[in-house]
Design a protein around this ligand. Structure first.
Ligand SMILES: *[C@@H]1O[C@H](CO)[C@@H](O)[C@H](O)[C@H]1NC(C)=O
Ligand SMILES: *[C@@H]1O[C@H](CO)[C@@H](O)[C@H](O)[C@H]1NC(C)=O
Ligand SMILES: *[C@@H]1O[C@H](CO)[C@@H](O)[C@H](O)[C@H]1NC(C)=O
Ligand SMILES: *[C@@H]1O[C@H](CO)[C@@H](O)[C@H](O)[C@H]1NC(C)=O
Ligand SMILES: *[C@@H]1O[C@H](CO)[C@@H](O)[C@H](O)[C@H]1NC(C)=O
Ligand SMILES: [Cu+2]
Length: 579
């Protein structure tokens, strides 16, 4: 190999990024395999970690190096793991995106991710190959502040609540349906899960005869999760939505929540009795256990899509001086699923915390000149009879060679050199789907210079069924500032006048609402190849994403480990001795 990976970057970067005197190396060993689970009482095969579901909590302190070794025991499938919300400063190869940052880890192989957790907060990890996140391949990742530092809020105890939507069909069948000419949509989820638990009404499924398959409402694996609290104390609930499709609304019976953190960033706190979570988002809320009563529902409902067939996901908040009991009160319910105005109001409530004491909080600098503006129009189209999502008339198709390796080694033919358009076709009517609905397939990238400040406007439109739905967009490798949301068609002359340039929240995930636009600003300060995509698992699988690249020379100078290579055209980097 011409290039050696400079593994010693770890310590130097820790000291530089976090300004910390010493940092630990926190190691985990994950054995990944198919397992039988019954998260909502219906048994199915999922992808589990160390024999459990959801995956174990990874916990480290700001500045630590996290090393996670994966052993892939998933017969017939490759795997990768993405560290959602961790920017991977200096370690773009460890982002865990198949086709972009690495080759999948094959059956029987091991692979070690190694990265620094540079910011405190609530994060999670999930598979980023095919639709494996929807197979249950995820878990929480929490980064604490060092002992001598304090968050700008206080609490007595904390709990993690990871949220998901759940289907009974296998993801393999679901993917195949989405890819077929006879398109088969996955439909609404059967259940909503809190900490990997929900309860499906087994009377709705026929008797299952095959050995090992069952729907059993007495199965302990689908007993509601219980969060115990001490009366009078304040708790930090760390929430993360790893949903595959649904936008979610979280409610605690009888308690309001003070929202203090979003996507790992402190925000100007606000109170609410129901919290919207779009897929890919994390939050911390403070809740005081000071109500009359002993056991309260935690309730989870669908936002933005018809929720008639999706029962409320339930958990139990138990005041631990009293025994755990299933509350008999009605399941909590937030605003109606189609009350989009309520969702938009809440989205616009988020503001960056003023005078944030955290030096790593990435403060907004309104005076930094914007070097480029992209308007990304998201439409639903067809390619050779198959339904796809398109960005500026290109549906994203991953290539065989990981893009980062293709660029770093400049492998001829490994990547698509045609730049995708910065703007959509002029005069596109977002209220009517295209007719005929043709689009193009592309694997290109938006190439930037490190240091660029880019405004990205995501323009939502009607899908082929004339419905416009919510799409949560997630950026890898960077946080962005949310400048604003608007209705209808983005107007480059008028719309920016409504931007919040005073205290835009810093995040890595943002929703686009039906027939509206969302504007974000990103400072490209972390070299690599980074997807920016709809976090709906099924939509990204149907091509709803783009890739940003910059600073490849500096990635090349530092090197990427050989362990991310081996597939596609990276094979030509290895030569065999003559037999
Ligand atoms: C479960 O479904 C059956 C049949 O549809 C219905 O009779 C029953 O009331 C349901 N049970 C619950 C708890 O919703
Ligand atoms: C359902 O689960 C309970 C608790 O594990 C068990 O006792 C019972 O036998 C199961 N029922 C069936 C039909 O498998
Ligand atoms: C990549 O390779 C091509 C020839 O295949 C060459 O023209 C180009 O300069 C190379 N780029 C870099 C950044 O080395
Ligand atoms: C998108 O590309 C397709 C296929 O080339 C073309 O037929 C269609 O007119 C394009 N649509 C727009 C809005 O440019
Ligand atoms: C979609 O809406 C447009 C404009 O409202 C209308 O012309 C068209 O017939 C509709 N198409 C479908 C499939 O409903
Ligand atoms: Cu989407």
């Amino acid at each position: 190999m011409a290039m050696k990976w400079a593994g010693s970057w770890v310590l130097a970067t820790v000291l530089a990024v976090a300004g910390l005197a010493k940092a630990a190396v926190v190691e985990y060993h994950f054995k990944v395999a198919y397992m039988s689970a019954a998260p909502d009482c219906y048994s199915k095969t999922i992808i589990g970690i160390n024999g459990g579901y959801p995956g174990p909590t990874i916990r480290a302190t700001q500045g630590d190096t996290v090393k996670v070794t994966f052993e892939n025991h998933v017969v017939t499938e490759g795997i990768t793991m993405h560290w959602h919300g961790i920017r991977q400063i200096g370690s773009p190869w460890a982002d865990g995106t198949a086709a972009i940052s690495q080759c999948p880890i094959l059956y029987g192989e091991s692979f070690t991710y190694e990265f620094i957790v540079d910011r405190p907060g609530t994060y999670f990890y999930h598979g980023h190959f095919g639709c494996q996140r929807a197979a249950g391949f995820y878990g929480p990742l929490i980064v604490d502040l060092p002992k001598d530092k304090h968050e700008p809020f206080t609490y007595d105890g904390e709990h993690m609540i990871i949220l998901n939507d759940w289907w009974h069909r296998s993801i393999v069948g679901q993917e195949q349906g989405l890819e077929s000419i006879n398109f088969a949509w996955v439909g609404e989820p059967q259940s909503l899960l809190l900490e990997g638990r929900g309860r499906y009404n087994c009377s709705n499924v026929p008797e299952y005869k095959p050995a090992g398959l069952s729907c059993n409402q007495s199965d302990e694996r689908c007993a509601p999760h219980v969060w115990s609290v001490e009366r009078g104390k304040t708790y930090r609930l760390r929430l993360a939505s790893v949903a595959s499709l649904s936008s979610l609304n979280f409610k605690i019976e009888g308690h309001s929540m003070k929202v203090v953190e979003a996507d790992g960033h402190s925000i100007e706190p606000f109170w609410t009795d129901n919290l919207d979570l779009y897929s890919g988002e994390t939050y911390s809320v403070l809740v005081k256990a000071d109500k009359q009563g002993d056991n309260f529902h935690l309730g989870l409902n669908v936002r933005g899509r018809n929720d008639e067939q999706v029962p409320t996901g339930l958990g139990i908040l138990n005041y631990k001086d009293k025994p755990v009991q299933q509350p008999t009160t009605p399941a909590p319910k937030g605003p109606a699923w189609n009350d989009f105005e309520a969702s938009k109001r809440q989205a616009k409530t988020y503001k960056a915390l003023q005078n944030n004491p955290d030096p790593t909080s990435h403060p907004f600098d309104a005076s930094a000149p914007v070097t480029r503006t992209l308007v990304l129009l998201t439409t639903q189209n067809k390619v050779e009879g198959r339904i796809k999502w398109s960005i500026n008339n290109l549906t994203y198709a991953p290539l065989q060679t990981p893009l980062l390796a293709g660029l770093v080694y400049n492998i001829s033919g490994a990547y698509d050199t045609t730049p995708p358009p910065d703007y959509p076709a002029h005069g596109y009517n977002i209220f009517a789907p295209p007719e005929p609905p043709h689009t193009n397939v592309g694997s290109g990238m938006y190439q930037f210079n490190t240091g660029d400040v880019v405004d990205v406007i995501i323009q939502n439109a009607a899908a082929l069924n004339n419905v416009s739905e919510i799409h949560p967009w997630h950026l890898h490798g960077h946080d962005f500032w949310i400048l604003g949301y608007g209705e209808g068609q983005f107007d480059p002359a008028e719309s920016p006048k409504s931007y919040d340039l005073k205290s835009p929240p810093t995040r890595n995930n943002v929703a686009t609402f039906p027939f509206g636009w969302t504007a974000v600003r990103v400072h490209l300060d972390n070299p690599g190849a980074w997807p920016f995509h709809c976090h709906v698992e099924w939509h990204f699988h149907m091509g709803m994403g783009v890739v940003f690249t910059h600073g490849i020379d500096s990635v090349r100078a530092r090197g990427i480990p050989n362990s991310v290579l081996g597939c596609g055209l990276t094979k030509q980097l290895f030569s065999l001795p003559s037999p």
